[in-house]
Design a protein around this ligand. Structure first.
Ligand code: AMP
Length: 279
């Protein structure tokens, strides 16, 4: 299964790509992460990419294609992969076709006004960085962080004019690539104006439309995962190497049964409390 996922900024594309990769056992190739890893590792591709990333410009096609191809060769992508943040240009899509086929392209679709609402309502804690939303996840006290009591603020890049500019740039950049896959009948739109869970379900439905046999497999794997998650992990030893009485299967200290044993079969009687007689 070879997938590509598109989605405008703030549509939750990264979250959905990770969820799909986990549920379907796919390799998640997030282009932004791959580039940041290359920069952090100071590889020659990373060094070349850095100056473009610092300017917020697209990194040249040859570099990103080299990174994707390398990642596919060196990682286990037998079950398939999901590309997130790649391809971003028609040139990248054409180059990708030279070394692998794409089966399905999913595009998370939602009106720009909703995305503007999502970002302009976002508030971030100055102290601990916790994220809120004035409508969807409001703090208990307005403008105050629930977690640490710090004050909340709106980031500069969450201002409406900045957000609209980012969305316009996304559209101008992505539309030709969307058209490229549409012409090849690989594209499906998924309604993104829903909760994270619902969007996830719709993405899966679009995938099951193409691979119906997967639906039962994924449901079974999910049930098994849930069952495993519900089993309580064994209690840790308080002092490494020393088990509690309970862990040794010896019950609690001082239980009535223990006291009875100690007393040679007779349960120890506690002195009864008698109220003092009034004189
Ligand atoms: P992202 O994490 O997706 O926002 O990407 C961070 C930065 O990496 C972008 O601002 C670009 O400089 C670069 N980048 C990510 N994906 C690509 C791509 N497919 N082609 C070129 N540059 C990219």
């Amino acid at each position: 299964m070879r997938l590509v996922l598109f989605g405008p900024p703030m549509a939750g594309k990264g979250t959905q790509a990770s969820m799909l990769a986990e549920k379907l056992g796919l390799l998640h190739i997030a282009m932004g992460d791959l580039l940041r890893e290359a920069v952090a590792a100071n590889t020659s591709l990373g060094r070349k990419a850095k100056k473009y990333m610092d300017e917020g410009a697209l990194v040249p096609d040859a570099i990103v294609i080299g990174l994707v191809e390398g990642k596919m060769k060196t990682s286990n992508s037998e079950a398939g992969f999901i590309l997130d943040g790649f391809p971003r240009t028609v040139e990248q899509a054409e180059q990708l076709e030279q070394f692998t086929d794409i089966d399905l392209v999913l595009s998370i679709d939602l009106p720009f006004d909703r995305l503007v609402e999502r970002s302009t309502g976002r508030r971030v804690c100055r102290k601990c960085g916790a994220v809120y939303h004035i409508d969807f996840k409001p703090p208990r006290k307005p403008e105050v962080c629930d977690r640490c009591g710090g004050s909340l603020y709106r980031r500069d890049d969450d201002k409406e004019s900045v957000v609209r500019e980012r969305l316009r740039a996304y559209e101008a950049q992505t539309q030709p690539v969307i058209n490229y896959y549409d012409l090849r009948r690989k594209l499906k739109f998924v309604d993104g104006d829903k909760s994270i869970e619902e969007v996830g379900m719709r993405l899966l439905e679009a995938i099951f439309d193409k691979w119906p046999e997967l639906e039962v497999k994924v449901a079974k794997a999910e049930a098994a995962r849930k069952a495993a998650g519900e089993q309580k992990p064994p209690k840790k030893e308080a002092i490494p190497g020393i088990k509690t009485r309970r862990q040794q299967g010896r019950g609690r200290r001082g239980s009535p049964r223990d006291r009875k044993k100690k007393a040679g079969g007779q349960p120890q009687k506690k002195p009864r409390h008698r109220p003092k007689k009034k004189k």
